[in-house]
Design a protein around this ligand. Structure first.
Ligand code: PEP
Length: 256
């Protein structure tokens, strides 16, 4: 059984006071949730405050990005070790916004994922096709190539610590969600690619989140698909009530 993982990607939102308010509100309902792994990914500036706020809970902390080097002349960057120092357990790498606005390639995502794993930080590796790619029938090819490139040379043992997020770019922040069937199809494809890259055991064990306008009204249906193991939530993670409701939906699926 794969334990579902629901992570909130707050992006470049929330100042420190707002972040504390949000995490405290989430804590009220989810502090001791164990059936679902709950992760919050605030901006860098609020990591320390959120880390302190959740230190006595089951909620885990994640960052939204990192650099692949340990230290050095990389102005403006943050390393995996620095994130570990703040008690981060997770880091999102290769989000489509970073791929698009900061020109991150699969090779860069791969370096980041490996550096995270080496520092004992679990990468949430994002993949997903654009609308143009879906409409021209390239989804399978694009996602397969992103999975192969972003996860190249990551061994079976390390893969156990890694999460994949399938996020169709056309569904991120647009209010358009992939149908549960569309999402399931790609999640199953990703598992098939992993089985070929490594082995069936690894493919069966890796958790694959869906991301793209997931909200309380569509979460249960998406999460009840066999290969969907949680969600990476953007907009709906900025309100405690909607984030908590998505986690509840995941919990109900586990308990059903
Ligand atoms: C995201 O950015 O990872 C995301 C899924 O955003 P949203 O939920 O707002 O579509």
């Amino acid at each position: 059984m794969r334990k579902p993982i629901v992570a909130g990607n707050w992006k470049m939102n929330k100042n420190i006071a707002e972040a504390i308010d949000l995490v405290e509100a989430i804590k009220c309902d989810l502090a001791q949730t164990r059936e679902v792994e709950v992760v919050v990914c605030p901006p860098f500036t609020a990591l320390k405050a959120c880390s302190d706020a959740i230190s006595d809970t089951e909620i885990r902390l994640g960052a939204q990005n990192m650099h692949w080097e340990k230290n050095g002349a990389y102005t403006g960057e943050i390393s995996a070790e620095m994130l570990r120092e703040l008690f981060c357990h997770y880091v999102i790498v290769g989000h489509s916004e970073r791929r698009e606005y900061f020109k991150e390639t699969d090779e860069i995502v791969n370096r980041k994922a490996k550096a995270a794993l080496a520092a004992n930080l679990r990468p949430i590796v994002c993949v997903g096709e654009t609308l143009e790619q879906r409409e021209s029938g390239q989804t399978e090819e694009v996602v397969t190539s992103q999975v192969k490139g972003s996860l190249a040379d990551i061994g079976a043992e390390s893969m156990k610590s890694l999460i994949i997020a399938y996020e169709p770019v056309w569904a991120i922040g647009t209010g358009k969600t992939a149908t549960p069937e569309q999402a399931q199809e790609v999640h199953a494809l990703i598992r098939k690619v992993l089985a070929k890259m490594l082995n069936q055991d690894v493919a069966d064990g890796v958790r694959i989140q869906y991301g793209g306008s997931m909200k309380p009204s569509n979460a249960a249906e998406l999460l009840s698909k066999p290969d969907i193991d949680g969600g990476l939530i953007g907009g709906a993670a900025l309100e405690a009530s909607s984030f908590v409701d998505i986690v509840r939906a995941a919990k109900e699926v586990v308990e059903a």
